[in-house]
Every structure is written in structure tokens, then in C-alpha cells.
Write a new protein. Sequence first.
Length: 503
Amino acid sequence: MFLESRGYSVTPVFSGDDGLHLIRENINRFDIVLVDEQMPGKDGITVLTEIKEMTSDLPVVMVTKSEEEELMEKAIGRRIDGYLTKPVNPSQILLVCKNLLQSSELVNEETRHAFVKSYSEVQLKLKKKLDYKEWVALYRNLVKREVAIEESDEESIRQGHNAQKTEANDIYANYVFSRYADWIAGSEDKPLMSYDVLNKFVKPAIKSNERFAFIILDSIRLDQYVMIQRRIKRHFQVNNYFYTSVIPTSREFALSSLLSGMLPRDIAKNHPDLWNIVETQGGKVLKELLALGLADTGLTKNDLNFYDMFNSSVTADTISANLKRSTFTAIYADFIEMFGGEKKSKAMQEMVSSGKAFRHMTGNWFEESRLFEIIKRLSTEEVTIVLCPSSGNILCTKGTNYYGESSRLRNRRYRYGPDITADERFGCYFDDPVRFGLPAKNENDHYVMLKENFYFTDHGTYHEYNDQYMNSFERGGISMEEMILPLAILKPKVLDLDLDLDF
């Protein structure tokens, strides 16, 4: 009577066999089953087992007069969904039914309300002319919302979120295109950029003679960093900042600028031999670029401990031993490269083709990685760390053709050359590269960088490109995910007491 007064339709039976018979007749008739441990005929454990054999999704709650460990283990082993201990009052039964039947509905309702509110707030902001700090705040809110809705069953919420993020990225790219030349010229609204990081965070630590490490964990976005930070905070005090990558957000440009403290244009102009190697071999001169950036500190290339985590011989023991001979250590790891880079398998592409899967894979990888072992070791050595990527990444789902002969400086998010053309709706054209801090060998050279979640396909092999690169994570274009980057200062926890004070 009590459950029926609360809107439930209740079907009582005399024995377990009678209940099993009704379920077999119409397996979709019931939403939840309450069984007694002791019943005429089959006992509760047996009935539970047979119900789960028929349909594993039907919730079963056992009512028992005993909390014996052996009984509980049997029930759990047979996938019991809940249990009540006698004496049982009607309110307890109602509560367990609500928890099992309506919890997901309540969560979805709360998520829906939060999403509608957030969506409306973001739409109002997108209609305004946002400055850089406001763009960072908007991006943080979008990431926070994406993490919050990942458990929602409503596909419409995820689709609405993705559509709004795409719209925001289109507006953001136009904002960057309109302000970038002024930023690198030193305008008042210039954000902290790739080539500022050494001067702002690294060189002061070197000059103070504190034990210090510069770690570039490349190709990670803000939402991935959140998963990593959860692990790091066990060992360090974390202070978070944001900075903006130079464009294109590929390794050749963004990483070279971060390490050298220079714009790509100036590296190519003042160190042409070095830039030529960057163009052709990329990661072969990372240490040389960093030595160039730190030259005014008195450190030389031979003074730097520089490690590329792609080298399997780099371990916590190696780095710890070398710390005793140097106050400065630099470590480079590329997250996407470690997962196979361009040659990742179809299975890997399918596994990471959602933000949620990619985030959790990032956290699981980091937890078991050599890099985390090194970071934990550095905490015991009382080493301060600057941790950041040189660029993020974006999930690319739409291909667009390009035409013309591109230079060797290119990837699936940008092209460079004298005669490159593409659909202007999906990219930004930079006809005067030098004004945007970019190298140019010829007067007619220009860059095309893609917006939103597009990637370049060759018009002659469009379908082959789509098969290989659709739902892949790329960098090199203009998006919040690729450009708005987290930077963390990690200070070792000198004293971390877990006290339980009872007065």
C-alpha cells in the first residue's frame, strides 16, 4: 500500500518460483525485484542467481534478517544490487527503489539544468567582444562543463555542448587573427606567449640557484592536464597559470619558440642553419634551441641536462644521479608521439575518438609512466618544476581540401607555400607572414591555418586521408584547445602532515 501510494505498481507473489515464472513470462514487465532471503521453495540467493541469468540488467534487492559476511559475499558474487536488513520499514524500501530506479534520472535532470544555464551564459558572452582573459575564463568553463556532462546519458546535451564549442572556436580563431600581429608587436593586451615562458618562469629560478627542472609534456590540452594534476598534487604544491602558444601550434613552431624564447621568424633570420634543421629534422636540435634561449644566464649546452622521454633509457635513477652534477634539468615528452603519432592503429583511433576516453587514457597513462616516476623522484629531491606543453591538440572530425604545392613545413592543420589555396570558411590566411612572426623565404609565401576541428586532405586522395585521419587528435591550427595552455609551478611539499585533532 505504501509503495502504491507513491506511484509504484506492486505485484506480490507467494514464493520464489512464482516470481521467476512471472519474470519469464514477460522479462520487461518489472523494473525492480525485492526478494526475501528465506522463502518457501527456493531461497533468495537461488532466486537472485536465476534472475541474473535471465536478465542481468534487472535490479534485485534482498531482504534479510542476517548481516553475516558469508551471506553478503554470496549475494555480491551473484551481483546483488542492494539489500535491506530486518526489521524493514516502508520508507527504507522506498529509498532503495528511488536510488536504483531514479538516480540516473535525477543526475540527468541536474546535469540538464546546469547545462542550460551554462549554455545561455556562454552564448551571451560570445555575442560580446571578449579580451584574452575573458577567453581563458570561457575556455575553462567549457572544459569544466565537458567533464561534468561526460557521464550524462543524454546525447542531446553532448551534441549541444560540442556545437557551442565549435562556434566558440570559430569566433576565437577570428579574434586571434585580428589581434596576433599586435600581440607580437607588444600591444597592451598581449598575453603571456611561448617565447615569454623562459624569461618569466625559468631564468629567475636559474639565477636564484635553486634546484630546478623544466618539463615540457607536449600535446596535452587543459582537460587532460586536469587529469594529470590530480596525480601530481599528491606530491607537490601546485600553482597554475595560462599562456598562449604561437601559431602555427605545431612542434616546429610552438616548441622551438618555447625553448628558444624567440619568435620563429627571428630564429630563422638570426640562426638560419638551426632553423633549417628544425624544418627538416624537428626534434634533433631541442637541446640547441634551449641553450640558445638560456645563453644570457651563463649556461651553455654542456651545462644542460636535457632528456627526451622517447628514449627508453631515460629513468628516474638516471636523472637523479645527474641532478647532483647540475642545478638545471630539462625533460621533453610528447604525449601523442608516445601513442604512435601518425602511425597509431585504427583501434587506437576508435578508442580515443571521444574527449572522455582521451582524458581517462591520459590519466591512466600518466599514473604508470616513467615521467610520473621521475616527477615523484624530483619531489623527494626538493626540485622545483615548471611543467607545461608547447601546444595542445584538438579532435579533428572534418576534412577540407587544399590545393597547391606546400613546403616541407606543414601538417594536417596548416600549410605554407606560395600557391596554397583552401576553403576560406575553414581557415585563416596569413599573406604577410613576417608581420605575424613567421619565417618566409619568398615574397609570395603565405600560411593557411585551419579553425574549428578541420584537417587538411589532399584533393586527389580525399578518401584515403579521411580513412586515416578522421577522429584523430592534431595540432598546428588555431583553436582554444591548441593555444590556451596550462603552465604549473610545482613546489615540493616540505611537510605534509595528516593530523586528526580531537579536542
